[in-house]
Design a protein around this ligand. Structure first.
Ligand code: NDP
Length: 251
């Protein structure tokens, strides 16, 4: 089965965690994929692994906060693969463990720069190519932190809430031109971002008490939902908010 046959996808933060799982699955499903991120060694490893399995992958190193990088990532994708159909805004950072009165300006600003302005930059760069291709799909990776109040992550929650709102705004503005935009809100997923929590069994048990399916999710499980939203199977799906959280927000 090749659900993305002939499609070209750009995945930010594709060198680790959820982004790596998305890039790997998309390539398996026939897409040519560009991955971005700041760490070159990790980018090279992921595109090497995709290539060994017969997939087509390109790495463009840089930060989503850098306008030149955003344009270059899109331009290199189009030069290499001929078009751009899918953008997954996955790159993100977390900074957990502080209440708002303990937070400095730099932490607040960095979170908004990467998690919100980064999505703005990448999406602004990608949309003209999607318009040329006659449509496209954008999937933003948010968090359950945008949907329910969680302790000690005010800047992260604010950044992800903005991302959910931005998703709907993009969906409204481009539906007539065939570009769909949806947001995925994962709960706790086993990735490097969650490592400090997951390496503390007592805290993990406490957090998982809120999950109907009492285990962390896997990056590959998120990737399958993102694949659906990127594929033509989701041709009537736009502006939607998709939780994938083991039932955490259901009660
Ligand atoms: P990881 O920390 O494992 O991976 C983050 C990825 O983003 C890496 O590829 C990293 O690459 C990249 N990245 C970070 N900053 C930048 C930047 N400025 N420019 C470009 N790339 C960047 O995190 P996850 O895989 O867990 O997270 C992926 C997304 O999922 C994030 O948006 C996160 O908020 C969200 N999420 C994660 C959850 C979890 O429990 N893990 C739960 C809910 C949502 P590099 O460092 O090389 O730049």
């Amino acid at each position: 089965m090749s659900r993305l046959h002939g499609k070209v996808a750009l995945i930010t933060g594709g060198n680790a965690g959820i982004g790596e799982a998305i890039a790997t699955l998309f390539a398996q499903e026939g897409a040519a994929v560009t991955i971005t991120g700041r760490r070159k060694d990790r980018l090279e490893r992921v595109i090497g692994e995709i290539g060994q399995r017969g997939g087509r992958a390109l790495a463009v190193a840089g930060s989503v906060t850098d306008e030149t990088h955003a344009r270059e990532a899109v331009a290199q994708t189009v030069r290499t693969f001929g078009r751009l159909d899918i953008l997954v805004n996955n790159a993100g950072i977390g900074d957990f463990g502080k209440k708002i009165h303990e937070m400095d300006d730099a932490t607040w600003q960095r979170m908004l720069d990467v998690n919100v302005t980064g999505v703005f930059r990448m999406t602004r760069a990608a949309i003209p190519e999607m318009l040329k291709a006659g449509g496209g799909a954008i999937i933003n990776i948010s968090s359950v932190a945008s949907l329910v109040g969680l302790p000690m992550l005010p800047a992260y929650a604010a950044s992800k809430g903005a991302l959910d709102a931005l998703t709907r705004a993009i969906a409204v503005d481009y539906a007539a031109q065939g570009i769909r935009c949806n947001v995925v809100n994962p709960g706790l997923i086993e990735t490097p971002m969650a490592e400090s929590l997951l390496s503390d069994p007592a805290r993990t048990t406490e957090v998982l008490r809120q999950y109907l399916i009492a285990r962390p999710g896997k990056p590959e499980e998120v990737a399958k939902l993102v694949l659906y939203l990127a594929s033509d199977d989701a041709s009537w799906v736009t502006g939607g908010t998709f939780t994938i959280d083991g039932g955490m927000t259901a009660h």
